[in-house]
Write a protein that binds this ligand. Structure first.
Ligand code: GLA
Length: 664
């Protein structure tokens, strides 16, 4: 709901309201963020007053005594008129270094969808507050969307140039939220291959903390999701505010606090290597940011994001639709398989009650290890004489669907694709190209490369009865040429465009996002991929923490977890099949261990796990999820509930010799 009265705007989600205020000198500020209020009567009392100028602050305008931008709770900020926080917007032109934007007009309207970037659907109302540069015809739109019955509000910003002179955009945050410190603790994730989504938390102190990625993807270094928890809040009580960016490329999220304990939170595209030139009448639109305010602790914030993502972000065809239990052959065989081995796995998987058989890397070109063949998307008939068609038929005969792995954005230099199109890879044409996992990245900023990716994926999907695609991406970007200042952004736009075209042709193929595990796990990808492979680390102990980090911001329906090799390939730890299942079942379950190695008893155990999972699948995938604490406390409980059915997982890192009495 959005209400307007005079110079006040009240935006409300289900339980939260935001009061936006335009003051006498036409600056726009956030004066309240908290429990929902339904009326704009008696609101003046919450507007901050500025009785005197603090110390050496700059007086913005003689008309408003005591008012400095540095103290104001700005939703949008630039440098040069007395605001010394990192600006949310950085512009330049030949004639201007300082930009001073003031309120021009506002409109409440039906929400718009963005043309080239993903955005949530089903918005209720959109508030567009338009700011104008004081001396020039340059405009900024702050666009906020509310969603009925949801506790998430989304926001993006747009800058428009109506001057003849070109305007350069170096930064435009999607969202800036000013806060007053409540002893906040910042929770964010960090990670790497096989160690994604590790949660860290720290007290917000004076200075600026940045969580960013410059890898070309959102990456595992930091996830774009983070939250602030007030001092006394717990998992079940107190004030928590969560943030996320719906974008899969380089980003810069930050929390900055000054001496007065004024805080500004920014959610933004990365300004590094970004320089967008706007000619007259051109505009630049940011990705969408989301935030959610909870008065009932961390779990409520997580749950609000979960239901929002399930209802407004993942592809419509998969909303509320139970996901199949997959078997994936990667950990069992790596590249070393043939028709006989795959047929044997298909047979065993079907005996266990598996519903989807996924053939991973190594089925195409000369791909017998990771040095060759990537990009040559024709079946290796030496390994698989009956081709994908034969395998899909065999899976079907055994009562399972069939799925396939591809890594469409990449190429091995040792491949036909590279020999034929060396100009298609990202390169600066100066340096020797640096390889990652023996491969180079195709330049999706180019239309012909997008066309190739769309055609190669679609022709594989159309070559057999394939109902699932695992889309991988195994290295970061290097050696780029940023000619027009928007290379990284154009790459992601190109990726989204290719994904959109593939989804239009195959809307019912279940696509699973993967990037060496969770190296590109974000809301942008989730708008195309209903589920995401969390990590190549399938060790149960590590996985408990990876799933913990994931589930704080993302619903269980998006977290794909497999029961894998008995001895973990990454940690060399041996955990029981029971433990593996007890961790993996909270989300979308799959199996990845060598089924030919299982004893009769192990087959029986897995069969009963699958039966149990099928019985409670919709609870595990779609139930309301809560957790007691972080595993850093050595033990934790998780719970998922749907229609009165409660499933509880209890984990501890070590058994103690003298455990104290505990209760669920
Ligand atoms: C990545 C993925 C794995 C597997 C391999 C195949 O590492 O994360 O699950 O698909 O690639 O090469």
């Amino acid at each position: 709901m959005i209400l307007q009265k005079d110079n006040h705007f009240l935006l409300s989600s289900k339980d939260t309201s935001l009061l936006i205020h335009v003051n006498e000198v036409k600056k726009v500020s956030l004066e309240y963020l908290g429990k929902r209020i339904d009326s704009l009567d008696y609101i003046d009392g919450v507007i901050r007053s500025y009785p005197y100028l603090q110390g050496s602050e700059i007086l913005y305008d003689k008309e408003k005594t005591g008012y400095s931008l540095n103290q104001a709770k700005l939703l949008f900020s630039t440098l040069g008129k007395g605001d010394f926080f990192s600006p949310s917007c950085l512009l330049k032109s030949d004639s201007l270094s300082v930009f001073d934007f003031c309120f021009d007009h506002a409109e409440i309207k039906t929400p718009e969808t963005l043309a080239s970037l993903p955005c949530p659907d089903g918005g209720e109302e959109e508030l567009v507050i338009t700011l104008k540069e004081k001396e020039k015809n340059i405009f900024v739109d702050l666009c906020f969307t509310t969603y009925q019955d949801e506790n998430v509000i989304s926001c993006f910003q747009r800058v428009r140039n109506e001057e003849k002179e070109a305007l350069i955009v170096n930064k435009l945050a999607s969202l800036q939220i000013p806060l007053i410190n409540e002893g906040y603790e910042l929770y964010s994730t960090y990670g790497c291959w096989s160690g994604e989504l590790s949660v860290q938390h720290e007290k917000v102190t004076r200075g600026k903390k940045v969580m960013e990625s410059l890898c070309g993807w959102s990456s595992a270094r930091h996830n774009p999701f983070f939250f602030l928890k007030s001092e006394n809040a717990t998992f079940d009580e107190g004030h928590v505010i969560g943030f996320n960016l719906m974008y899969s490329g380089n980003f810069e999220n930050s929390v900055e606090m000054d001496a007065f304990e004024n805080i500004r939170v920014q959610v933004s595209l990365s300004p590094f290597s970004f320089e967008k030139k706007l000619e007259e009448h051109e505009c630049f639109i940011t990705p969408v940011a989301l935030f959610s305010n909870s008065q009932k602790g961390v779990n409520k914030m997580s749950q609000d994001f979960h239901s929002f993502i399930n209802r407004h972000i993942i592809p419509k065809e998969f909303r509320g639709k139970d996901r199949p239990i997959a078997y994936n052959n990667w950990e069992a065989t790596n590249f070393d398989f043939n028709q006989g081995k795959i047929n044997s796995l298909i047979k065993k998987a079907s005996e266990l009650g598996i519903e989807l058989f996924v053939l991973d890397d190594g089925w195409f070109g000369e791909r017998n290890d990771d040095t060759k063949g990537l990009g040559d998307w024709n079946v290796n008939e030496k390994k698989l004489p009956k081709g994908l068609k034969g395998l899909a038929e065999s899976a079907k005969k055994h009562g399972m669907q069939f799925g396939i792995w591809m890594e469409p954005e990449m190429v091995n230099p040792n491949s036909n694709l590279y020999q034929n199109h060396p100009d298609w890879v990202i390169q600066d044409s100066v340096h020797t190209l640096s390889e990652g996992r023996n491969q180079l990245v195709l330049n999706l900023a180019k239309k012909e490369v997008q066309d190739f990716v769309v055609e190669s994926v679609c022709s594989v999907l159309e070559s057999a009865d394939i109902s699932y695609l695992k889309w991988d991406c195994n290295r970061a970007i290097s050696d780029f040429k940023n000619e027009d200042g928007t290379f990284f952004f154009s790459y992601i736009e190109g990726l989204y465009s290719a994904l959109r075209r593939i989804r239009e042709r195959h809307p019912n193929v279940l696509m699973e996002n993967c990037a060496s595990g969770g190296n590109r796990f974000d809301l942008g990808m989730l708008s195309f991929f209903p589920q995401s492979w969390q990590s190549d680390d399938t060790d149960s102990y590590q996985r408990t923490m990876i799933q913990e980090g994931g589930s704080l911001g993302y619903p269980l329906s998006t977290l794909s977890n497999h029961v894998a090799c008995k001895v973990s390939k990454t940690r060399l730890r041996n955990t029981s099949l029971d433990t593996k299942f007890d961790v993996a079942c909270f989300g979308v379950l799959g199996y990845e261990l060598d089924l030919d190695d299982l004893s009769k008893l192990e087959m029986k155990i897995i069969k009963s796990q699958i039966e149990l999972y099928k019985k409670y699948r919709s609870v595990f995938q779609w139930g309301t999820f809560s957790q007691s604490n972080l595993l850093e406390n050595k033990e934790k409980q998780v719970q998922v509930e749907k229609d009165g059915v409660f499933l509880i997982g209890k984990y501890q890192t070590l058994q103690s010799a003298s455990p104290k009495e505990k209760h669920l």
